[in-house]
Design a protein around this ligand. Structure first.
Ligand code: ZN
Length: 309
């Protein structure tokens, strides 16, 4: 029986639409299309999660897309051929027609996670999301829709919070968020990566480039130092953490050398840092490639659900 007074340590957002949409990617690049389903299934098998406790989102609406993206861009991405060309997908694969639906489903997940985190102030993991390369008028790097920017604009409009921080530890720079919020003093973007796409300096931004072969020790010491610096003065109403797994040593795309233990230390460091300040926290999966990638995000969620925070 559901007990409203039972303490919950974290919530999980997931929808089967995440799988159906992604299945259209087929063998493109090194995506493990079952990555998020594997995480859910293992959490359930380990008795850390009950299926009925998973939050299931509705897809975001076109009005939600309009909060960030231009009308002409939204019109263009209705055409699957255009999307395929922009994301460099195989145009002969008819299943690519549902890519937009996939992004709407995951963005709906980020919106639900944000609403839940803001209302109940508990950490919420979306098993997907963090499409940080998407711009207002174009997609980039397999990011069609910017889910985090949409969530920020939506909840500001609802008056649920005005100041937001994005902590982005994906292998790739969060250039879409950096550019989109570059003139916005109420959004702080922190990105630590091995791959810089754009250079902008502003008071509400911290952009750190690390060497591509960086290992646990160097990575964690820079993270600690930089986050102590960045989080000192800016007081957000909520934090988004894009916990990309493509910094993992077994990732097939990134070339950093973080061990599985190092990845967990990294994720728990950010988690504790934010939660110590009692801030609502939404965690997005970000990038992660190859068949071992799912284990990194799984470890992170498992630790949070098993109350070893
Ligand atoms: Zn990435």
């Amino acid at each position: 029986m559901w007990n409203p007074f039972k303490k919950e340590y974290a919530k999980i957002v997931f929808s089967v639409d995440y799988i159906y949409g992604l299945s259209s990617v087929g063998e493109h690049q090194t995506f493990d299309i079952m990555r998020f389903k594997k995480i859910r299934d293992q959490l359930v098998a380990d008795k850390l999660l009950k299926r009925r406790n998973i939050l299931r989102p509705d897809p975001c609406t076109t009005d939600d897309l309009r909060l960030v993206h231009t009308n002409s861009y939204i019109k263009r991405i209705q055409d699957p051929q255009y999307v395929n060309r922009m994301l460099k997908l195989d145009e002969t694969n008819l299943f690519y027609n549902s890519i937009l639906e996939y992004f709407k489903a995951v963005t709906g997940g980020t919106l639900l996670a944000s609403a839940y985190a803001l209302k109940w102030n508990i950490p919420v993991f979306n098993l997907g999301g963090g499409y940080h390369h998407a711009h207002a008028d174009k997609g980039e790097g397999f990011c069609l829709v910017n889910d985090v920017a949409i969530a920020i604009q939506k909840f500001r409009k609802l008056g649920w919070g005005q100041r937001y921080m994005i902590i982005d530890l994906d292998y790739h720079q969060g250039n879409g968020n950096l550019l989109y919020f570059q003139n916005d003093p109420d959004v702080y973007t922190f990105s630590m990566h091995a791959d810089t796409w754009v250079e902008i300096e502003r008071p509400q931004n911290r952009d750190i480039l690390l060497p591509s072969n960086c290992g646990d020790k160097e990575y964690l010491s820079v993270l600690e130092q930089e986050m102590n610096h960045s989080c000192m003065d800016f007081k957000p109403d909520m934090v988004f953490y894009i916990a990309g797994s493509d910094t993992y040593e077994k990732d097939t795309l990134g070339d950093m050398n973080l061990s599985r233990e190092g990845m967990l230390k990294r994720n728990m460091f950010v988690f504790r840092k934010v939660r110590k300040k009692k801030l609502p926290l939404v965690i997005l999966a970000g990038g992660g490639y190859g068949l071992d990638s799912w284990q990194v995000y799984y470890d992170f969620i498992a630790q949070c659900l098993s109350r070893k925070q």
